[in-house]
Design a protein around this ligand. Structure first.
Ligand code: EPZ
Length: 422
């Protein structure tokens, strides 16, 4: 397992391009199951989770080429799919594998998908996915930890669905089930995340009939066939937000190329409250750190609220800020694994249930830390940029699942980060 050795106190300067979004690329790859021809995805990032999804689609009988280099072009051809299964050894490393359930039921009427286990940030059930698919006529059995799913004779039927909790992959799974179903499906209390919109737009490019993308109500008219298509993956708003938090903590001034302005509007407004000087310039954005960050409060919410995937990074920003920040996590029940590690740098953080109270300290000091999940590992890297002396971050594979070389990008901007191969 690789580790990162970071020497803090180095301001960031220069420019960096925002990569394609992991949480758009994953459902887009699953959507290839629905296509009657090759699906070409451009601006794909080089991420561990996408390699896992590629292995899963290949296991099913697909031809998958994830491309090479930066902003890679992937070609996915699932027309010869012959094994509608997602085995445990693949699902256990990436619970987003559940995203193949809807497409498989729509395409071949059956699926065997290992029930995704929990992860560090919570139990993360998929009960809402299954309940909604049942409304479309699907039947599920649990056998040996696998969900054995069948669509009714004649295929899934359109249905009126209301999610009692906003679920991002639940919305994506149901959209992908509904596009080939018989009749109309209405998804109420649907997720509005940009990555959900991206998935819907790719389905439209394949010939689907969808209205209401980006709103809380998505209406889908089933069609008989979806073709292949070419689709560009939207920029990763969470990587972009993470880079803004990096310059806020390290100091300096950076330019982000291909910045998702609309998708990050709430986060940008909040970061301005902390004193970060943010100037949009066409498709790009310049961020300049203030001398001292000011504390601000956040409560995570479904889009367009402050994203839970930026909570750990924002908390890192608040540890050396002036004042006290109240951070409330409403989406996941255990997304404070980074708190214990940040305390090792001298951060003053008190936990009360789903709320963390961060009292800014004047100086963080470097220390060894251990990553527990994807966004927590990012927050540890960010905090070490502001800490005096050397820090080490162990179990960096968490970082590589969701960031395209975050350490390389930060080094290119002037950070002192050494990756030590285990
Ligand atoms: C997606 O996960 C993202 N992953 C997560 O990003 C993100 O944190 C999350 O949405 C919230 O924005 C991908 O898109 C691949 P949910 P997802 O279903 O879809 C509960 C990252 O760091 N729930 O919106 O799994 C659930 O437990 C990852 O990139 C049910 O109870 O999240 C959670 O408390 C982490 N039953 C809440 O709803 C269900 O059937 C929201 O979960 C489904 C969800």
């Amino acid at each position: 397992m690789d580790k990162l050795i970071v020497e803090g106190g180095r301001p960031l300067r220069g420019e960096v391009r925002v990569s394609g979004a992991k949480n758009a690329a994953l459902p887009l790859m699953a959507a290839a199951i629905l296509a009657g021809g090759p699906l070409k995805l451009t601006n794909l990032p080089d991420l561990g989770d996408l390699k896992t999804m590629g292995r899963l689609l290949t296991f099913m009988g697909g031809q998958v080429d994830l491309g090479q280099g930066a902003r890679r072009e992937a070609l996915l051809d699932l027309t010869q799919l012959n094994k509608p299964e997602a085995p445990h050894e693949l699902v256990k490393t990436m619970r987003a594998s559940a995203l193949v359930l809807g497409p498989l039921l729509a395409r071949v009427g059956r699926a065997r998908v290992s029930l995704p286990g929990g992860c560090a940030i919570g139990v993360r059930p998929i009960d809402l996915h299954l309940k909604a698919l049942r409304a479309m006529g699907a039947v599920f059995d649990l056998s040996g930890g696998d969900i054995v799913a069948r669509a009714p004779e004649g295929g899934l039927k359109g249905a009126e669905i209301r999610f009692e909790t906003v679920t991002v992959t639940g919305t994506e799974n149901l959209m992908m089930a509904a596009v080939l179903a018989k009749g109309r499906t209405v998804i109420a209390n649907a997720a509005r995340e940009p990555e959900v919109v991206d998935t819907g737009r790719a389905l439209l490019a394949m010939g689907a009939k969808i209205e209401g993308l980006g709103t809380g109500t998505i209406i889908i008219e089933g069609v008989d066939f979806l073709s292949g298509a070419t689709y560009e993956v939207t920029p990763d708003r969470i990587e972009a937000g993470t880079l803004l938090a990096a310059v806020a903590l390290a100091g300096g001034e950076i330019t982000l190329r291909g910045f998702p302005h609309e998708a990050l509007a709430t986060v940008v407004a909040k970061l301005k409250e902390t004193g970060l000087i943010i100037t949009p310039i066409g498709p790009d954005l310049v961020a300049k750190a203030p001398e001292v960050l000011e504390a601000a409060d956040i409560t995570t919410q479904p889009y367009p609220g402050f994203p839970t995937d930026m909570q750990a990074q924002f908390m890192a920003m608040m540890t050396p800020a002036r004042g006290t920040s109240v951070i409330t996590e409403t989406i996941f029940e255990n997304r404070f694994m980074h708190v214990g590690e940040l305390r090792r740098l001298g951060a003053d953080i008190a936990l009360e249930g789903r709320t963390a109270v961060v009292r800014g300290v004047s100086q963080l000091s470097g220390a060894p830390m251990t990553a527990s999940d994807l966004r927590a590992s990012a927050s540890l890297v960010l905090a070490s940029l502001a800490a005096k002396g050397l820090s080490q971050i162990h179990r960096v594979y968490h970082l590589d699942r969701g960031y395209e070389g975050l350490d390389r990008k930060l080094v290119a901007l002037g950070a002192s980060i050494q990756r030590v191969k285990a």
